[in-house]
Structure formats: structure tokens, C-alpha cells
Write a protein that binds this ligand. Structure first.
Ligand SMILES: Nc1ncnc2c1ncn2[C@@H]1O[C@H](COP(=O)(O)OP(=O)(O)OP(=O)(O)O)[C@@H](O)[C@H]1O
Length: 613
């Protein structure tokens, strides 16, 4: 039974992924909820049915009073027994059945699936965003929005059908019912409705922003607390416990103040509502009694009118809450949209084909990229790398080495110029085919929070266990992997590495990342400080492995420790986003420029290049 409702809509229904989702709230909501349209119609219909049954019940209460008065004790059952029996049957069977359908449509079909479709599609969209896009935001905030927006959208839709449709149907029905009993009875209710509408408007206008302010203030508390916890090392190191506490308290106090303001408004709302409802009860019931006295209404009408307004009385607070909740949730969705509905800035061109790599020649042609800042990054840089050539990239910090690599991987599109592989502009081929052909080990080799095996197989998921272990051996990782054990007792290749690999040392992380790339065996190899976290002994032996891995590949290796790249075919020296020197190790030393200066500063302290091989 539940399963039937839960499967009414498939939240993973295939859909045409949109590179630029609608930026306005309604079109955005409409585009995500297309698969739900039929369900929405059924939910609305069932909510109206529930309201009609409630009203019928109240109207029937009036009729029962009239029947009791008219038939008297003795004749009631003989005259109206069948009718009362049918009414009882309807209350016992029909009403619960309609209610059950309504509840299951909302609770089991709508709520879980609507949230899921939002979460799934938002995550699918965000995952397609470029690396540059992620660099401009906090991963935590993005994840938060992916988590908060879906339930808010689900709850907003729930309120529409659970409270809003139901109460609109109920109030309209109540007006009709009172109007039918005596048109004059509808007047006080209509007047009340106008005043109630005014109060609702006030609530939405004033309480909405106040709630948002207090929820923002709460997020600020979370932000500050998380910042302190995640930088706990610095906090302890600088002994800034009290400063952090004061920093947190400021946000906590601000959250209290905004909450105080919000709650004051809620109190005003509650008091006004009670006052308004008093007017409703006295207006409608008083008028009904006056009509009864004048002989134009029966006792049943007075009873039904009383029941109707008392029920309405108890509903008004709930409707008000539902409405303000509805608008609050819409607020959360539109805030979430700022993140999850951003157009993709880096997409595959329409009709882009795969990269056809036969030799592995790389060319940067007049490439400039300043990260939209007008300075920094790369400045009209040109570089040609022959197939199979091994290039060492050096230069002071901030020279643009990593930027060059990011452009080769198309993590960013260059602001001008282009990057080519085997004569094909990498902006014109699919991103996945491009990155499949490039293996990269970087400085901050971050691992996924999964097992060691999963992390190595990330390079080639279909690889056999034997090949995976072989790759680990070549990366000098096999021996230490066998000694690993995580908190849950899993050992060796099954041990979990912890978030971003924090449970491993920097050198261990780098070796696992290296194993992953060895397994991937891509024809272009990029090493960005690939061995920087290793001690000299391990580095020397991995360096030997790396030379083996490099065989037959085009290689671009960035290193601060020059001894690790001195053996390369050619060394390219960068400064301020440009290439300032280019040649073999010996030629550059002979030239006596920047490279020679860097070399002479380092060669005293580290392995000599000729010994490293
Ligand atoms: N995501 C980014 N947004 C804005 N500017 C950036 C970004 N990444 C790098 N830059 C800027 O581009 C310039 C080059 O940085 P890049 O990381 O390429 O240098 P690098 O030579 O790799 O330095 P290092 O040796 O310290 O790693 C720097 O001025 C840096 O501030």
C-alpha cells in the first residue's frame, strides 16, 4: 500500500540536464517539478475532498440537531434510523478512506520524492560545475544548500496542498454553507475574512524577513563554530581560546537578538489572531441567534454555524503558521538557487567529439588567464611540447605553474589564446575524453573518504586486483598499506583513509595518489610537486619509479626541488605568468640566469641531479 504511493513518482526520472537552469523562482520550481504535475493535481483534489467532507460533517451536525428537535425521542429511530446509520457508516468508512488517500499522497508520495528530485538534480548540476566555480565558494556552503533547499521545496509544496488548498476550500465552503442557511450569516464571516487577510499579509511581510534574519544569524553561528573547530590546530597553537570564544559569543548573541525580535512578532500575531477570532465567533454565532429569535433560522443552523466558526477558530493559527512557513521555505529555496541554479560556465561545446590522441603533442598558444582579475595568473604564454618530451616547470611561488596545468586540464578556459593537444583545441573536445588522457599527481594529493583500494582503483575502476597491487608496489606504497588499520578494524587495502586522507601522512597520501596515476596509465603525465611530501630516501626511490612511468609519455612536471627535474629533456622557467628561460639543465646553468641562481641556492642542500637517476 505505502509502496504504491511511494512509487507514484520516480525522482530519478531521466531528464534533459539544463546547462543554464531558470534563475527565477517560479520557473525554477516548475522546471524541477514537471514529473510531479499529476501528483499535484491528485493532491489538490484530495485536499478539497477532505475539506468538503469536514464541512459536510459540520452541516450535518446542524441537521441532526433539527432532526432531534423535530422527531422527538420516541420517533427518532423509526423515522430517521436509516439516514443516521448511513451517516455513521460514512463517518466510519468514507471519511477515513479519503483522509488516508490524502495523507498518503502528501506524506508518502510527495514529501520524500519531491525533496529527493531537488537534491538529486541539484547535486547532478553542481557536480558538473568547473573547478574554478568550486574555488569561488566554500564546499561546506554548497553542500549546505544542497541539503537545505530540497526539504524546503518539499515542505513548501506540502503546505500548498496540506494547508493552503485545504483551508481555501474550507473557507469558501463555509461561506457557501452559511450563505445557504441565511445569506446574512455570511456577512460577518466575509468581514472577518478581510481582516484575517490583512493579518496574514502582515505576517508574511514582517515575520518572513524576521525569520530569515534569525535563520541567517544561526548560520553565522554555525559558520564561526565550524571555522574554530576545523582550525583547532591554529587556535591551540596561538593559544586563542578566549578570542575564539568571544568571536563565537558575538554570533550567538546576535542570533538571540534576532530570535527575540522574531518571537515578539509571533506574540503580536497570536494576540491579534485571538482577538479577530473572538469577533468571528461573536459575529456569526450572535447573528445566528438573532436570526433564530426572529424565526428565520432553526436551532440546527445555530448549531452548525457555531461548530463551523469554532472549527475555523482552531484552524486559523495553523493556517497562519502554514502560510508563513510556506513563504519562509520559498525564501530558503530562492537562496539555495543562488548556488544550485548557477549556469555552467565551462561546458562541452555542442557537438564536441572526443579527443583523438595519437602522439601527445601539447601547445599553449598566446594563452592569458588572470582569473578575471586583470592580473596574476598567465600572461600571453606560448609553449610547445613535443610528443614524448619531458618538461620540467620551475619558477618562484606565484609564477603561474599550477595555473598552466589547470588550463591544460581545462579546469578553467583561458581568457584568451588556446591550448592544443595533437593539434586539437582542448576547448572543442569533451572534457571527460581530455582528462581521461591525462594522469596527474598534485601537491595536495587529497584522497576520497573511501578505502585505499577504492582510491587506487579510481584511476582505472575496471583494473584487476593484481594490477592494482602492482601499481601500489611501483609507487612504494604496498608495504605501508599492508600495515594500515582504521578505527573500524579494517586493514590493508580495505582500510578507510579518512576525510581527504587526513588519517595518512602527507607522503603516504602522495604515494597512494601516485599508485592511482600509475594504474590510470594515461599518455600525458602531469606532476605538480608530486614528490614534495616525501622524505629524501623515499623520494629517490620513487623518482626512479617515476622515470619508468614517464617512459613513452609526454610529461609536464612542476617542482620546487630542482634536483627532481634536472633530468628532464627541457626545463621551462616561469616568472610573473611568463616563460623567462627555456632549455636543458646544462644550457640553463651555462646561461647563468634565474634557473642558475635557483640551482646554486639549492644544490648545496639536496640530492645532486646526477645521483638522483
Ligand atoms: N583560483 C584562483 N583565483 C584567483 N587567482 C588565482 C587563483 N589561482 C591562482 N591565482 C593567482 O595566479 C597566480 C599564479 O598562481 P599559481 O598557483 O599558478 O602559481 P604557482 O607558480 O603554481 O605557485 P606555487 O609555486 O606557489 O604553487 C598567483 O598570483 C595567484 O594569486
Amino acid at each position: 500500500m505505502f509502496r504504491f504511493f511511494e512509487r507514484l513518482v520516480d525522482p530519478y526520472t531521466p531528464y534533459e540536464a539544463d546547462d543554464a537552469p531558470p534563475r527565477r523562482l517560479w520557473p525554477f520550481l516548475m522546471s524541477y517539478t514537471v514529473p510531479f504535475r499529476r501528483l499535484f493535481a491528485w493532491a489538490a483534489l484530495s485536499s478539497v475532498a477532505v475539506a468538503v467532507i469536514e464541512l459536510a460533517l459540520i452541516a450535518y451536525t446542524g441537521r441532526v440537531v433539527d432532526l432531534l428537535t423535530e422527531a422527538g425521542r420516541a420517533a427518532l429511530w423509526s423515522r430517521h434510523g436509516l439516514e443516521l446509520f448511513l451517516a455513521a457508516a460514512a463517518i466510519l468508512l468514507l471519511r477515513p478512506a479519503v483522509q488516508a488517500v490524502n495523507v498518503m499522497l502528501l506524506n508518502n508520495a510527495l514529501l520524500p520524492n519531491l525533496g529527493t528530485i531537488f537534491r538529486w538534480r541539484a547535486h547532478s548540476h553542481v557536480l558538473r560545475q568547473s573547478v574554478g566555480w568550486f574555488e569561488n565558494d566554500f564546499a561546506g556552503r554548497i553542500a549546505n544548500r544542497i541539503m537545505q533547499t530540497p526539504p524546503a521545496a518539499g515542505e513548501a509544496a506540502f503546505q500548498v496542498f496540506d494547508a493552503i488548498t485545504y483551508s481555501v476550500a474550507y473557507i469558501a465552503g463555509a461561506l457557501i454553507l452559511l450563505g445557504q442557511a441565511d445569506p446574512r450569516l455570511a456577512i460577518p464571516m466575509a468581514l472577518w475574512l478581510v481582516l484575517y487577510g490583512g493579518l496574514v499579509r502582515w505576517v508574511v511581510r514582517v515575520i518572513g524577513p524576521a525569520s530569515k534574519a534569525s535563520s541567517d544569524a544561526r548560520s553565522e553561528v554555525t559558520g564561526r563554530v565550524v571555522d574554530s573547530y576545523s582550525n583547532i590546530q591554529s587556535v591551540k597553537l596561538f593559544a586563542h581560546h578566549d578570542r575564539e570564544l568571544a568571536f563565537g559569543r558575538e554570533a550567538i548573541e546576535n542570533a538571540r537578538q534576532t530570535f527575540i525580535r522574531e518571537m515578539r512578532l509571533y506574540s503580536i500575531m497570536d494576540i491579534s489572531l485571538t482577538f479577530l477570532n473572538g469577533l468571528l465567533v461573536v459575529g456569526v454565532v450572535g447573528w445566528a441567534i438573532a436570526l433564530w429569535q426572529a424565526g428565520s433560522a432553526s436551532v440546527g443552523v445555530v448549531a452548525a454555524a457555531t461548530a463551523l466558526v469554532l472549527r475555523l477558530n482552531s484552524m486559523t493559527g495553523w493556517i497562519m503558521w502554514a502560510l508563513s512557513n510556506f513563504f519562509q521555505n520559498l525564501g530558503v529555496v530562492s537562496e539555495g538557487m543562488e548556488t544550485i541554479a548557477q549556469p555552467l560556465t565551462l561546458t562541452d561545446r555542442p557537438g564536441a567529439g572526443p579527443l583523438r590522441l595519437d602522439r601527445g603533442a601539447i601547445a599553449f598558444r598566446e594563452v592569458s588567464h588572470h582569473y578575471g582579475k586583470g592580473q596574476g595568473g598567465l600572461d600571453r604564454l606560448s609553449l610547445e611540447i613535443a610528443p614524448g618530451e619531458k618538461i620540467g616547470l620551475v619558477g618562484p611561488s606565484g609564477a603561474g605553474k599550477t595555473s598552466l596545468i589547470k588550463l591544460l586540464l581545462r579546469f578553467h578556459d583561458p581568457e584568451s589564446g588556446r591550448v592544443e593537444i595533437d593539434g586539437q583545441d582542448i576547448g572543442q573536445v569533451t572534457q571527460s575524453s581530455l582528462r581521461r588522457h591525462i594522469g596527474m599527481v598534485s601537491q595536495d594529493a587529497s584522497l576520497l573518504h573511501r578505502s585505499v583500494r577504492d582510491n587506487i582503483l579510481y584511476g582505472r575502476p575496471e583494473a584487476s586486483e593484481a594490477r592494482m597491487i602492482e601499481a601500489a608496489r611501483r609507487a612504494e606504497a604496498h608495504d605501508f598499506i599492508l600495515t594500515l588499520q582504521d578505527a573500524e578494524g579494517r586493514t590493508g587495502y580495505d582500510a578507510q583513509v579518512g576525510e581527504r586522507g587526513v588519517k595518512l601522512s602527507g607522503g603516504q597520501r602522495q604515494r597512494i595518489a601516485l599508485a592511482r596515476v600509475i594504474l590510470k596509465d594515461a599518455p600525458i603525465l602531469v606532476l605538480d610537486e608530486a614528490t614534495s611530501a616525501l622524505d629524501s630516501e623515499v623520494e629517490a626511490s620513487i623518482q626512479a619509479t617515476l622515470y619508468g612511468v614517464m617512459r613513452g609519455k609526454t610529461v609536464l612536471a612542476v617542482a620546487h626541488r630542482l634536483s627532481t627535474i634536472a633530468q628532464m629533456d627541457r626545463i621551462v622557467v616561469m616568472e610573473d605568468g611568463r616563460i623567462v628561460e627555456d632549455g636543458t639543465h646544462d644550457a640553463l646553468l651555462a646561461r647563468g640566469g634565474l634557473y642558475a641562481r635557483l640551482w646554486s641556492r639549492q644544490s648545496g642542500g639536496f640530492l645532486d641531479a646526477r645521483q638522483a637517476s
